[in-house]
Ligand binder design. Structure first.
Ligand SMILES: NC(=O)c1ccc[n+]([C@@H]2O[C@H](COP(=O)([O-])OP(=O)(O)OC[C@H]3O[C@@H](n4cnc5c(N)ncnc54)[C@H](O)[C@@H]3O)[C@@H](O)[C@H]2O)c1
Length: 277
């Protein structure tokens, strides 16, 4: 049986780890070729080395804050795989829920500049570098959004503002690039990845995976309707396939699919109305 993305060519920023890598592997399984972009070339090369068909993976070292590097990555994608059908804008950093009241003015300024440069400018620049090729293929952009694109406390104010900004960017580009290019988002909830913090807060080496590792058998489940839902990024890849596929989601643009254990339908008196079932 053929996959949903047979013959597609996708470029994934932050494709060496976490949800980016999981999407790369899922796209490969669906028949696509992928260009994975990130800052650590050795890490990206392991995606190719561990793929069932390494010839369908190309690794590009680039920083998403650098427009020329993104243009070069798009050109390499096209040189390798003949075209570009899908851009997955995904590379990001978290702020470890650092509250405004725990930051000095100088720290706010530095953290804002760093987090917005990666999370928001990085998506802008990737879209700018890719849209011409996507117009040619009637392709699409899929942005990794977050529960923090809609709700509070999934980050501190800097991260939450950055992910709200990505939601606005997704919607505006969906308007601007229609009818040729669709633009959608996947609003992920908590995932056990290697998500790092801002270097400006000396959190560049801190990984969200350490927070997951601290959770023991007695840790209460998060207050979500689907409180036993997975945190494995592999289980978050379905909407990325759906939204990339012209056949499966051709009329969808400007939409975010939330994949977060039901954050939007939490109850007041209990997390899930069916706990007794
Ligand atoms: N982990 C979660 O709980 C969670 C929840 C919701 C949304 N997200 C979002 O998912 C996306 C991916 O994060 P993840 O959780 O997979 O973490 P991750 O750290 O495993 O993946 C992020 C990738 O982006 C890369 N990256 C960071 N800065 C970069 C830069 N300047 N240039 C190029 N690459 C850069 C990192 O090296 C890494 O490979 C982010 O946008 C994050 O905000 C994560």
């Amino acid at each position: 049986m053929s996959g949903w993305l047979e013959g597609y060519s996708a470029l994934i920023t932050g494709g060496g780890t976490g949800i980016g890598r999981a999407v790369a592997e899922r796209y490969l399984a669906e028949g696509a070729s992928v260009t994975v972009l990130g800052r650590d070339l050795d890490q990206l090369k392991t995606v190719a080395a561990e793929a069932p068909d390494p010839s369908r993976v190309h690794a590009v070292a680039a920083d998403v804050r650098e427009p020329e590097q993104l243009h070069a990555a798009v050109a390499e994608s096209v040189a390798h795989f003949g075209k570009l059908d899908t851009l997955v804008a995904n590379a990001g950093v978290w702020d470890y829920q650092r509250q405004l009241t725990r930051l000095s003015g100088a720290e706010v300024a530095a953290t804002f500049d760093e987090v917005f440069a990666v999370n928001v400018k990085g998506y802008f620049l990737a879209a700018e570098a890719a849209w011409r090729e996507l117009v040619k293929t009637r392709g699409s952009i899929v942005m990794t959004l977050s529960n923090a694109s809609f709700y509070v406390n999934g980050g501190g104010p800097v991260y939450t503002a950055s992910k709200h900004a990505c939601l606005g960017l997704m919607r505006e580009l969906a308007y601007e690039l229609a009818p040729k290019v669709r633009v959608n988002g996947v609003a992920c909830g908590g995932m056990n990845t290697d998500l790092r913090g801002p270097e400006s807060l000396s959190m560049g080496e801190r990984s969200i995976s350490a927070s997951f590792a601290k959770r023991g058998p007695d840790t209460p489940p998060p207050p979500l309707p689907l409180h036993d839902s997975s945190t494995d990024p592999k289980d978050f890849t379905g909407p990325y396939v759906l939204l990339a596929s012209r056949e499966q989601s051709g009329p969808i643009t400007g939409e975010a699919i939330s994949i977060d254990g039901g954050m939007g339908v939490r109850g007041f008196s209990s997390d899930a109305g069916g706990n007794h079932l």
